[in-house]
Design a protein. Structure first.
Length: 249
């Protein structure tokens, strides 16, 4: 009985340490969000012709712009992805710059509906052939989870953005730019009907739930501490007294 009682503080102690760890995580995430917000409000920078993929993490959400021509023949669709309850795909197209094949980068142009997945259904505005100026954000795209299938590039099936894999397939740099736009509602409808990829707004979308976790873990620590105190201070029953007496014999 005494051994069981001595083990009970493990729960409140563990919960307390987890709550403290979440306090540190909250500080880290708050600082990260502040950095990203600072980057996103700055004027866009011209993207260098060569970018070291290893430093992109230090420029996550940094606004940039680049000019070049889309290689629609190397387009890749990631999906299915839902938008406002409708199924569609994310359009990823390499951008060839200054005729330098080694300067190509991957551009996440945005979302198109399922019926516009085939290039033949899109108009010229959805597949520009002239030189374009792309404005967006340097990003580290989302990672696959345990339920996401592996990409099947041999069949043109992509379920998540594996930047290194896509770059190797298209001869591009492992650099991912998310095209940004902020059109009004009617413009969005027009884009959707004409098969023009709908980019994302320039905003930080990192989740910060650490304050909720802090409340949960510290609350559990307090509740279990009270329960442990009540168990320890509870007067022994007759059966417990007899057991202790038998041990003394």
């Amino acid at each position: 009985m005494q051994g069981a009682e001595s083990r009970r503080p493990i729960i409140p102690i563990t919960a307390f340490f987890l709550g403290t760890w979440q306090v540190k995580r909250l500080g880290w995430k708050t600082e990260l969000l502040a950095k990203c917000e600072d980057r996103i409000v700055r004027p866009p920078l011209p993207l260098p012709s060569r970018v070291d993929p290893d430093v992109i993490a230090d420029f996550d959400y940094r606004r940039v712009y680049a000019t070049g021509k889309y290689r629609h023949d190397q387009e890749m669709l990631i999906g299915p992805r839902m938008r406002d309850g409708e199924q569609g795909y994310i359009v990823v197209t390499p951008l060839e710059r200054d005729g330098d094949d080694g300067a190509k980068v991957l551009v996440n142009r945005g979302w198109v509906s399922k019926k516009m997945a085939d290039q033949r259904t899109r108009g010229k505005d959805g597949l520009p052939t002239e030189e374009v100026r792309v404005e967006g954000m340097l990003r580290q795209p989302w990672k696959k989870n345990m339920f996401t299938p592996e990409n099947r590039p041999d069949k043109g099936e992509f379920y998540f953005p594996d930047v290194k894999q896509m770059a190797a397939l298209t001869g591009s740099q492992a650099v991912w730019i998310e095209q940004t736009m902020d059109p009004d509602y009617f413009t969005l409808l027009d884009y959707q009907e004409r098969g023009i990829p709908i980019g994302r707004p320039a905003e930080v979308n990192l989740r910060n739930n650490h304050a909720q976790y802090i409340f949960t873990w510290y609350g559990l620590a307090i509740a279990t501490s009270i329960m442990f105190y009540m168990v320890v201070k509870k007067p022994p029953t007759d059966i417990t007294k007899r057991v202790r007496m038998n041990k003394n014999w």
